[in-house]
Design a protein around this ligand. Structure first.
Ligand code: ATP
Length: 323
């Protein structure tokens, strides 16, 4: 791809690469993120996600290739102040100043962005409300929990009303409640029209948040597609059939005979009082199979359809390093 990308793409890269000495950290990446998307970037440790984000944030210069933000080329040799204003970048290791209060910290950055009063205080209050930190406005940053600190960092990132957010592992180390709070904020930000590129190893979070997913491996973007398309193409369906202990051997024989006769059954494994069946049928097919099992007097107490989630799909693709 070497065409000029369409302006409705919030991000487009063309043949983007980054070489560190002999290591090609980002290898010829053509990334496209449409306006208004939440795009999840996943991949094993060292795949090149942070390096890619740092180039998009204009912190790292590409070795080769081009970056377009909102259709406009990011020129590494020029300061690009307008493009940088589009962007809010939350790195994975951004320092907070422990002995400032929450308010003073945000106020400091608001001044750097040249926000003037009375708009500045209004914006700070809006941000504190969004990141659920109004009760903490006068607390020292040192006294905040990790989740609060991450929400404060996110608040700092969106102070200047960017249209594109780059979030590098923003939920790592957060507990489930803190992650949920973070997801809620991202939903609000998305509804406000921002485009979000987010990297994470917590794939269940990305599955809930993202409209598209990109998978990086050894510097290459090996998948980039909508989450629906990814599920349609790669998600497998399983039936879990749990058997009662009474007459278990007989039940198992009868169940296996029915599975053999069912054209939608691809294979099965037998566990402890449990059959896991790879099944490619629809709801009617599974209803028919259930009826057959009951008519054959299989002593079952559970018959459940399960579908691969994003983590299953990722592992299935062989990217074993992600937690
Ligand atoms: N400044 C640098 N100098 C030399 N090598 C670097 C530099 N920055 C990154 N790398 C290397 O580039 C590769 C990609 O690193 P990067 O941090 O982009 O991966 P990642 O996908 O973000 O990993 P993680 O999931 O662990 O954060 C790694 O092998 C890393 O060691």
């Amino acid at each position: 791809m070497s065409d000029i990308p369409a302006p409705e793409l919030a991000i487009a890269t063309r043949n983007l690469s980054k070489q560190f000495d002999r290591l090609l950290a980002v290898d010829n990446v053509d990334l496209e993120v449409a306006d208004g998307e939440v795009y999840g970037l996943i991949g094993p440790n060292g795949a090149g996600k942070t390096t890619l984000m740092r180039m998009l944030a204009a912190i790292e210069d590409p070795t080769t290739g081009d970056i377009y933000l909102q259709g406009e080329r990011l020129d590494p040799d020029r300061p690009n102040p307008r493009l940088k204003r589009y962007l809010g970048y939350l790195p994975d290791d951004f320092p907070l100043y422990d002995d400032l209060t929450v308010w003073d910290y945000l106020d400091y950055f608001a001044r750097l962005y040249d926000l003037r009063e009375p708009g500045r205080s209004r914006r700070l209050l809006e941000i504190l409300d969004l990141v659920q930190l109004i009760p903490k406005r006068d607390s020292l940053i040192a006294t905040l929990s990790r989740g609060m600190k991450q929400r404060l960092s996110l608040g700092r990132t969106i102070l200047h009303e960017p249209v594109l957010l780059l979030l590098d592992e923003p939920v790592s180390g957060l507990d489930p409640i803190a992650r949920q709070q973070f997801r809620e904020i991202i939903q609000v930000v998305r509804e406000a029209g921002m485009t979000v590129l987010i990297s994470s190893h917590i794939l269940s979070d990305l599955a809930q948040l993202c409209s598209s997913i990109g998978i990086m491996e050894l510097g290459c973007l090996v998948e980039s597609t909508s989450i629906q398309e990814l599920y349609q193409r790669l998600s497998q369906q399983r039936l879990q059939i749990s058997l009662l202990g009474d007459n278990l051997a007989k039940s198992l024989d009868r169940a296996i005979a029915e599975l053999r006769n069912c054209p939608q059954v691809e294979s099965w494994t037998v566990g402890d009082r449990q059959l896991t069946v790879h099944f490619n049928g629809n709801e009617t097919d599974s209803a028919n199979l259930l009826r057959q099992l009951i008519q054959a007097q299989v002593n079952l107490y559970q018959f459940q359809i399960e579908t691969d989630d994003l983590e299953d799909i990722f592992l299935q693709l062989g990217h074993q390093q992600t937690s």
